[in-house]
Design a protein around this ligand. Structure first.
Ligand SMILES: Nc1ncnc2c1ncn2[C@@H]1O[C@H](COP(=O)(O)OP(=O)(O)OP(=O)(O)O)[C@@H](O)[C@H]1O
Length: 231
């Protein structure tokens, strides 16, 4: 089976001339199907930058990224958005919820955009809302619920489509410990039953402890994973 993500010698810089900043330098990383991968690193180490590159939201300065074996660095904007629509789900820090839509409608909107057949919407909405523990908030609008609840709606919307690849930037940042672990165990379940592959960022030591594949971004490189640290 092809890796879901294969990163080959990726470098990323922002700006130019004396304002140029190098963020990632010749990074290599392979993510196999149905792994739950966590990226950690200090603030500014490039975690979001790397997620954006994997999600075809930004282009590397150098190197290649393969998604299910397809090199995407030469994709044009239309190809990138088609790739995201067909294969990916996103939980980013701004959540991107539509303010005038209820929780259910926000999730339905995500299903519609991903091209999921209408007949499947009701079940997928119910299932994903239950998974994040928001059944009692289904008819509320984003401004009527807390920041943590909005984050959970963003998670529900992303997992409802059962994307091949779920990219989640600090998906538990706004949550209390109990809810954070609830979301991570939902992620573990999705990986275990081979629904999806997940790449997430987190600073939370408790969560890093229970995730099998952990990579650290440091000094523009990807450093050792968790198992090597334990040894
Ligand atoms: N579009 C951009 N233009 C210029 N610099 C950028 C741009 N995007 C990110 N950077 C810089 O790249 C560096 C890495 O940012 P990034 O957001 O990837 O870090 P991070 O590890 O996700 O940090 P945090 O944990 O604080 O979210 C930062 O110094 C940031 O200022």
């Amino acid at each position: 089976m092809e890796p879901v993500v294969r990163i080959e010698n990726i470098s990323k810089s922002f700006g130019s001339g004396n304002k140029k900043v190098d963020i990632l330098d010749q990074i290599n990383l392979t993510i196999e199907p149905h792994q739950l991968v966590a990226l950690r690193g200090r603030s500014g180490s490039g975690k979001t930058t790397l997620l954006n590159l994997i999600g075809a939201l930004d282009k590397p300065t150098d190197g290649e990224i393969y998604i299910e074996g397809n090199p995407i660095s030469k994709y044009n904007e239309k190809q990138c958005s088609e790739l995201r629509r067909q294969k990916m789900g996103f939980v980013f820090q701004s959540y991107g919820l539509v303010p005038l839509m209820t929780v259910e409608e926000n999730i339905e909107f995500g299903l519609r955009i991903a091209g999921v057949p209408r007949a499947e919407w009701a079940e997928k909405i119910k299932e994903s809302i239950e998974l994040v523990g928001l059944s009692k908030r289904a008819k509320h609008r984003p401004y009527e619920i807390s920041g943590g609840e909005q984050q959970r709606v963003a998670v529900a919307r992303a997992i409802a489509t059962k994307p091949a690849l779920l990219l989640a930037d600090e998906p538990t940042a706004e949550l209390d410990t109990k809810m954070a672990f609830h979301i991570i165990s939902a992620f573990q379940e999705l990986v275990k039953n081979k629904t999806t592959t997940i790449v997430m960022t987190t600073h939370d030591p408790g969560i890093l402890e229970i995730i099998e594949h952990v990579y650290t971004l440091e000094d523009r490189k990807i450093a050792k994973d968790k198992q090597e640290i334990i040894i």
